[in-house]
Design a protein around this ligand. Structure first.
Ligand SMILES: [Zn+2]
Length: 330
């Protein structure tokens, strides 16, 4: 076992991933995965978190006293300084004030840290992934939603209230589609897997021919409630399915327009694109890059390289483990 190890937890909306990380190399030494759905109470959120942390320690055959710290990334709004979760789509209640860091410290007797899920992924990519060697870069992850984080001079940029980097809520179409946040015309409503799914389900309902009916029979009438998996989208594109190809093209164009705005505003040296849909569907990445470069101002566009995330599913847990180990003992 490595000299310095940390525990990282990525607490997503549907997937919970925990991992024991070698803090020097970013290598995943052991991991545990659980499915999740919206919890009914803050206590239930903590029970699931303990459950995952314990399972991860068991998978690594280690005790809590063997780790340098524990870090958690969770979808939602957090107060990173105080280690408090303020609100999360993982919970049916709208607002909470859950002191996750204190609770973890008490239970495991090690330093702990809390950030949102995109910020931990950016930290992971900065240390051991596609952000290496870049002092300033922007991370953008496309999944259920579209999340982003900004790294400047090797540090996460928080902004006045901790939400800097929310690329998913850039307005890319005035008065356009309703976004999950209540606003309209936001990037997330056009480029997320949720948006792609909604568009495709609409076409299925109207009877448009597509390979999706064979690949995912449960959605063939367009009534399903489930997200269309990234792997299914990739297969349909590979097979040349016109409907899915066209839908991915549209999503990629909007994503590219959002990235062009980021390039113009921040003049980043690098943009790291990741998340399940980007990983699986090459076409989405290619179309987004093409439109970003076409639409951004020429000078900052030439200075920006757009690359894929380097750690795949593990960028979050790697970053979380690093932040946990950096947190102060109290
Ligand atoms: Zn929004």
């Amino acid at each position: 076992m490595a000299d310095r190890i940390g525990l990282g937890i990525d607490f997503g909306g549907t997937k919970l991933l925990g991992a024991v990380i070698d803090l020097e190399t970013g290598k995943v030494l052991a991991s545990a995965k659980k499915r999740s759905s919206a919890a009914d109470s803050a206590e239930e959120v903590m029970e699931r978190m303990y459950d995952l942390a314990d399972a991860t320690l068991r998978a690594g055959k280690i005790k809590a006293s063997d780790i340098d710290g524990i870090g958690v990334g969770i979808a939602g709004q957090v107060n990173a300084e105080k280690g408090i979760l303020l609100g999360t789509p993982n919970l049916s209640q709208a607002v909470v004030e859950l002191p996750i860091v204190d609770l973890l410290r008490k239970r495991y007797k090690v330093p702990a840290a809390l950030r949102n899920d995109v910020q931990i992924a950016a930290v992971g990519e900065m240390a051991h992934g596609a952000g290496r060697g870049a002092k300033s870069f922007m991370c953008c992850f496309v999944g259920t939603g579209v999340g982003g984080a900004i790294v400047e001079g090797g540090k996460l940029v928080s902004g006045a209230s901790g939400s800097a980097g929310e690329i998913g809520h850039l307005v890319i179409d005035a008065g356009g589609r309703l976004c999950g946040c209540g606003g309209s015309g936001h990037l997330e409503a056009y480029a997320s897997r949720t948006a792609i799914t909604n568009t495709l389900l609409g076409h299925l309902k109207r009877g448009r021919p597509t390979l999706l009916r064979e690949l995912m029979p449960e959605i063939s009438d367009g009534e399903a409630n489930a997200a269309i998996r990234s792997g299914v989208l990739a297969k349909a594109v590979e097979a040349g399915d016109p409907l899915v190809t066209e839908t991915i093209h549209d999503a990629g164009r909007y994503l590219g327009l959002g990235l062009a705005s980021v390039i113009n505003l921040l003049n980043p040296g690098r943009i790291v694109l990741g998340g399940g849909v980007i990983e699986a569907v090459d076409l989405l990445f290619a179309v987004a890059v093409e439109h970003a470069m076409r639409e951004a101002l020429p000078t900052p566009a030439r200075a920006t390289e757009i690359v894929r995330a380097g750690l795949g599913d593990y960028s979050g847990v790697v970053g979380a483990a690093l932040l946990g180990a950096q947190a102060k003992k109290r």
